[in-house]
Design a protein around this ligand. Structure first.
Ligand code: AR6
Length: 172
């Protein structure tokens, strides 16, 4: 059944969350990086990277495109899966909002395929990729609210007070 997921906000580190699936703000190489991506691989252990490498050796030879999502094991994280998605780099000249919305939609679609009921998201693209937090929060919340999904709980895990506040504005 598809209804609308409950939206929960948490201030904290996404790698400490228990959820069916934890979403990673990855890059198209799928081979790791800084920010959430670095933290997930560090804490989740080498199993995640091994599956990412296998994806690159198979269907994803050219990497994962911006706005798409793919799942791997969650390794040692307290979750069953990590869903890797690639956010757009923020641009002053080009509106890439649709690509950012697509990250949330596609991650939920993958979660549905897996049968995940609780999904933890970071604020995709709002770190190294430079997306303004207020707009990133708006797109995240609007997209999740309008997505048809069987996921019951979407938890936004915000790393600092500023991010938490922006998501709180969108959900009040
Ligand atoms: N838990 C929750 N949120 C976090 C954590 C954490 N442990 N660490 C950072 N954040 P970012 P992006 C917040 O940079 O902007 C990587 O190198 C952070 O404060 O992780 O999508 C990838 O490989 C920010 O609000 O992801 C890509 O190359 C948000 O998570 C690139 O960075 C996203 O910040 C992706 O950049």
């Amino acid at each position: 059944m598809t209804t609308h997921p409950a939206i929960v906000l948490v201030l904290g580190d996404i790698t400490e969350q228990h959820a069916d699936a934890i979403v990673n703000a990855a890059n198209s190489s799928l081979l790791g990086g800084g920010g959430v991506d670095g933290a997930i691989h560090r804490r989740g252990g080498p199993e995640i990277l091994a599956e990412c490498r296998a994806l690159r050796a198979g269907h994803y030879g050219k990497g994962l495109r911006t706005g798409k999502a793919v799942a791997t094991t969650a390794g040692r994280l307290d979750a069953r899966w990590v869903i890797h998605t690639v956010g757009p780099v923020w641009s002053r000249d080009e509106d890439r909002s649709e690509q950012l919305a697509s990250c949330y939609r596609e991650s939920l679609r993958v979660a549905d395929d897996l049968g995940a009921r609780t999904v933890a998201f970071p604020a995709i693209s709002t770190g190294i990729y430079g997306w303004p937090l207020d707009d990133g929060a708006r797109i995240a919340v609007e997209t999740v609210r309008s997505a048809g999904t069987a996921v019951e709980e979407v938890r936004f895990v915000l790393f600092d007070e500023t991010a938490y506040r922006e998501f709180a504005i969108q959900t009040r």
